[in-house]
Design a protein around this ligand. Structure first.
Ligand SMILES: Cc1cc2nc3c(=O)[nH]c(=O)nc-3n(C[C@H](O)[C@H](O)[C@H](O)COP(=O)(O)O)c2cc1C
Length: 361
């Protein structure tokens, strides 16, 4: 049965419909956090604790929510976060997401664990595509993948640094998660080997795709292999944010991987302020984790972020209605953000300043 996407009013309704449409194995894979899922929930709760002090009697009759990030144009300050294996949600997978991103005017970050090739995704639409990279134990392969992404037309790379080892998602173990037949992690095929995926989400076949011995100097290898800018994703500490810029990052992404890595890691809304204080003069700061309403984007900007990323709500849109579903989720987030800005007395992004936040007693 087709469902009118316009009848869904918020991202939570999309999650409910996605749960109906997806197999339990796929839904749990997308929804899960690590261990007790404390950080997963804390990400959401932490945004709710940021209370706003809206400005009265400001002319907000014309509003401009557009921004720029590393040469990319954003119709509002969000990117689609990299999330793995989107063909489980829709047959077109990452291609459908890219087409919806193009229509909404937001960049899409493509997971290196995607089920459509980077070339297919870049050529599918006019969206700006950023390639997410895990630095693997096969450095030559990772360097080649970075160069392949650049050649395909990706606007930047986003190197994820919070995965020396994979976090444990207990739901995936219970479900015996594996990549469904007919799907594969296409960008990571090497020497003709198929890439499977099992156990805690990621199994033996993908063991080589990350490397527990990685250090900051490994970032230099990838940065030197390409000309496009590099963002570093998975930063929770001010000193690490500084190190990322020292090693040539053009931007940092404050993230705990949506609560899928270290359960017990701080929610990103709580980690963000110290990072803003330390490095806001060095480059853009993006934050993700638990952004579910447009007003959360206002909260993130007021804390000093330049943009946010949204992960699971996009997957819910894709599962609920393919490209149309993602387009509707992006429309909801834009409309909520635009309205929250107007209600807060902000006609453009420069009006969002720290004094919009109510000091805690
Ligand atoms: C199903 C799923 C798959 C993910 N896959 C990746 C990935 O391949 N690479 C990566 O850097 N982050 C990955 N992430 C983390 C997201 O990029 C992002 O940090 C997180 O989802 C943001 O939190 P949110 O889902 O609460 O918006 C994944 C997250 C989910 C939920």
């Amino acid at each position: 049965m087709t469902h009118d996407m316009n009848s869904l009013l918020n991202t939570e309704s999309f999650q409910a419909l996605a749960q109906e449409r997806l197999s339990k194995m796929a839904f749990d894979y997308y929804r899960s956090g690590a261990w007790g899922e404390w950080t997963l929930q804390a990400n959401i709760d932490a945004w709710e604790k940021i209370r706003l002090l809206p400005r009265a009697l400001v002319d907000v009759s014309t509003r401009d929510m557009r921004g720029q990030l590393l040469g990319m144009n954003l119709s509002f300050p969000m990117l689609i976060a990299p999330t793995a294996m989107q063909c489980m949600a829709d047959p077109q997978g990452e291609v459908a997401t890219a087409r919806a991103a193009a229509k909404a005017g937001v960049p899409m970050v493509l997971s290196s664990l995607s089920t459509r090739s980077v070339e297919d995704v870049v050529t599918a639409s006019s969206a700006d595509v950023v390639m997410q990279i895990y630095i693997s134990s096969d450095r030559g392969f990772t360097k080649a993948l970075a160069q392949r992404a650049q050649a395909a037309g990706c606007k930047a790379l986003m190197i994820t640094v919070d995965t020396p080892v994979w976090g444990v998602r207990e739901r995936d173990i219970h479900n015996g998660f594996r990549v469904p037949d007919g799907m594969s992690i296409v960008n990571l095929q090497r020497h003709g080997q198929p890439t499977g995926h099992s156990g805690s989400g990621i199994g033996d076949a993908l063991g080589w795709t990350i490397d527990a011995s990685l250090t900051w100097k490994d970032l230099d290898v990838i940065r030197q292999a390409v000309q496009i800018p590099i963002m570093v994703k998975g930063i929770l500490r001010a000193d690490d944010a500084g190190r990322a810029f020292d090693h040539g990052a053009a931007a940092v992404v404050v993230s705990n991987h949506g609560g899928r890595q270290l359960d017990g890691a701080a929610p990103t809304a709580e980690a963000l302020p110290a990072i803003v204080r330390a490095v806001s003069d060095r480059g853009p700061i993006i934050v993700d984790g638990g952004i579910r309403r447009g007003v959360d984007i206002v909260r993130a900007l007021a804390l000093g972020a330049n943009a946010v990323q949204v992960g699971r709500p996009i997957l819910w849109g894709l599962a609920a209605g393919g490209e149309t579903g993602v387009a509707r989720v992006l429309q909801i987030l834009f409309q909520e953000f635009d309205l929250a800005m107007a209600l807060a007395g902000c006609a453009d992004l420069s009006a969002v300043t720290a004094d919009l936040i109510c000091p805690r007693p």
